[in-house]
Design a protein around this ligand. Structure first.
Ligand code: ADP
Ligand code: MG
Length: 586
């Protein structure tokens, strides 16, 4: 009953009758609102449903316009087939769809929509206006709806196609409205939704307008590469390999990145089933597994895959917004993805057995720190000297360095153990603590560049730059917006010697991904982690003795259970006692 009480506030006078008994059948407009909650979570859900309808209507042009991140207005205009006058009010009824005619159709769905839930759901939580006209009709229809109730239908003149305007989302559900986040956050969500959908439909011209500014204009093209180029940029597209694969009924096509490039987040991994963007653990894992040991751990490829399956072998009806699917034969899907990606790596190796190895080396070179870590490590151990951090083991450890293995781990002996140290994790923690400390001391952390460094960023990165601009400033970066995607780095942090400030800013943006920026993370800390990670020595780097000594000295304030700022262990201990036992000496 508790949850019912929350709805009680929404009841109107007519509803009192229904409430007389103990068990209550929810009045229609309330049950509709509850159902709407499943489909409409935030403005981006509205964008998703409306553009899917426009695609289903075979439009060749779709415009998405938002005001204030969609909180004030979401408008989708298409030039598709429109809705005939006699159907318009029906389209607003629940379970009314033109896309399914018999129960059998449910097993062979070729359209994006089919449940007839979106329009009524959106209508019930907003103020909605639809204007629509079909090709062979002289006039169109306009319907005005408020909180799910149709308050006006009239004949109007309008272009062929459909325009849906959604204002004041959740105006009648203040609790849900409160859950919405900032304009920037909601905008990013909608933009994400827009981009991943438009990617799958390159033959449609798309526009995204926010507060009167065109943010994206994607002109129709026969080539997916042209669309990828417009969305991901030239640098990424140059590093993509074509994927083509077919096995039985499973067809996979798309593009995937060379092992030489990788991203700090998984935003570049997008896959579609029968052109529907989906999230799926099995496919995601198959992609990551394909790149395991090929790109550095913790990095992600850029992979865009279109998977087509006979509609009967996948159930898209398991999730309210159809974002998740259920396969009849998940293992086959996994294996097919692995096979399709394997082909792009194999082609590289064929005839040149050393090629793959070379790629890996180059990949690591690209991952090297951008400032002179060698000076950095041999510097006097800062943490210990200043003695401000109280770690369990603050005395210097008497460790004897044995050597380095796999250019990744330093092995030492001491205190009754053999100690393995992950060089990257260790350095990352040292730098992170040092950065934090220097910033907390409140001295000037910024240093003006003689010549500002120009930097081109994507629309999304530009939004991100804006929303974490204060943090960039706090760590010493001053980045000026020039316009048209161009920015200029004016100042850089003075507490580290950054060789390539642009690469560092990119790394920070990269690690943030589009969504993280507003989640409950400590943004300041997150930026410091990115900076530390970017500056720290990587795996694959040969260290000389003095460098290992420097690193270990700097590690002395940290106890053996310390992790890197991402949470990976730094130390692994093998007790000499245990070793003796293994050899049956004890
Ligand atoms: P579904 O897409 O699952 O059928 P919706 O509630 O999204 O359900 O839409 C209901 C119906 O309204 C659709 O089946 C379609 O006939 C019609 N419709 C909605 N949007 C459009 C549009 N942009 N162009 C043409 N018809 C549309
Ligand atoms: Mg729909």
């Amino acid at each position: 009953m508790k949850s019912f009480e929350r709805w009680e506030a929404l009841l109107t006078e007519e509803d009192e009758v229904v409430l007389a008994g103990r068990i209550k059948i929810l009045p229609e407009h309330i049950s509709q609102m509850i159902a709407a909650g499943e489909v409409v979570e935030r403005p981006s859900s509205v964008v998703k449903e409306l553009i899917e309808n426009s695609i289903d209507a075979e439009s060749s042009e779709i415009i998405v316009e938002l005001k204030r991140g969609g909180l004030e207005l979401i408008r989708v205009v298409d030039n598709g087939e429109g809705i005939p006058p006699e159907d318009v009010s029906l389209a607003l009824e629940r379970f009314a769809t033109s896309k399914i005619k018999s129960a059998d159709d449910l097993y062979s769905i070729h359209t994006l929509g089919f449940r007839g839930e979106a329009l009524p759901s959106i209508a019930s939580v907003s103020k909605m206006t639809i204007k629509t006209r079909v090709d062979n009709s002289l006039s169109g229809t306009k319907v005005i709806c408020e909180g799910g109730k149709i308050i006006g239908i009239s004949e109007i003149g309008c272009p062929k196609g459909t325009e849906v305007e959604v204002r004041d989302i959740f105006f009648n559900l203040p609790v849900k409205r409160k859950f919405l986040k900032s304009i920037q956050y909601e905008l990013r969500h909608s933009l994400n939704q827009f981009l991943r959908t438009s990617l799958a439909y390159p033959w449609i011209t798309w526009r995204f307008i926010h507060d009167g500014h065109i943010i994206h204009e994607l002109i129709r093209s026969d080539s997916l590469l042209v669309r990828l180029d417009a969305i991901f940029g030239h640098e990424v597209v140059e590093q993509l390999q074509r994927v083509e694969y077919e096995d039985g009924g499973i067809k996979i096509s798309g593009f995937s990145s060379n092992p030489t490039v990788s991203k700090g987040n998984s935003d570049g991994i997008l896959f579609y089933i029968n052109r529907r963007y989906v999230r799926d653990r099995i496919i995601h894992k198959a992609i990551l597994d394909s790149y395991r040991h090929i790109i550095p751990s913790g990095r992600f490829p850029v992979t865009i895959l279109f998977i087509s399956l006979p509609p009967s072998s996948v159930d898209v009806n398991v999730h309210p917004t159809k974002m998740e699917v259920k396969f009849k034969e998940p293992e086959r899907i996994y294996q097919s993805i692995r096979n399709s990606l394997q082909l792009i790596f194999e082609e590289k190796v064929e005839g040149h057995p050393t090629e793959q190895f070379k790629i890996k080396e180059e990949g690591l070179k690209g991952a090297y720190p951008s400032f002179d870590f060698r000076d950095e490590m041999i510097k006097a151990p800062m943490l210990k000297e200043e003695g401000e951090l109280k770690w369990e083991v603050a005395k210097e450890r008497a460790l004897k360095i044995i050597g380095q293995v796999q250019r990744t781990y330093i092995i030492c002996e001491g205190e009754g153990n053999i100690i393995f140290i992950d060089q990257h994790a260790a350095h990352e923690r040292i730098l992170f603590e040092r950065f934090k400390k220097e910033l907390n001391m409140g001295k000037r952390v910024s240093q003006k560049l003689l010549i500002p460094i120009p930097m081109e960023v994507s629309k999304e990165e530009s939004l991100l730059l804006e929303s974490i601009g204060d943090i960039f400033e706090k760590v010493g970066f001053e980045i000026e917006t020039i316009g048209g995607g161009l920015h200029a780095i004016q100042s850089v942090p003075s507490f580290i010697d950054i060789k390539d400030p642009k690469a560092m800013v990119r790394k920070i943006l990269d690690d943030f991904s589009l969504i993280v920026a507003e989640e409950a993370v400590d943004k300041f800390e997150k930026v410091l982690i990115s900076m530390a990670c970017h500056s720290a020595i990587r795996e694959g780097l040969m260290l000389v003795r003095e460098e290992m000594e420097g690193l270990i000295k700097n590690l002395s304030p940290f106890n053996y259970s310390t992790t890197c700022p991402h949470g990976r262990p730094i130390f692994y201990l093998l007790g000499l006692d245990d070793l003796a036992k293994e050899f049956r000496r004890r």
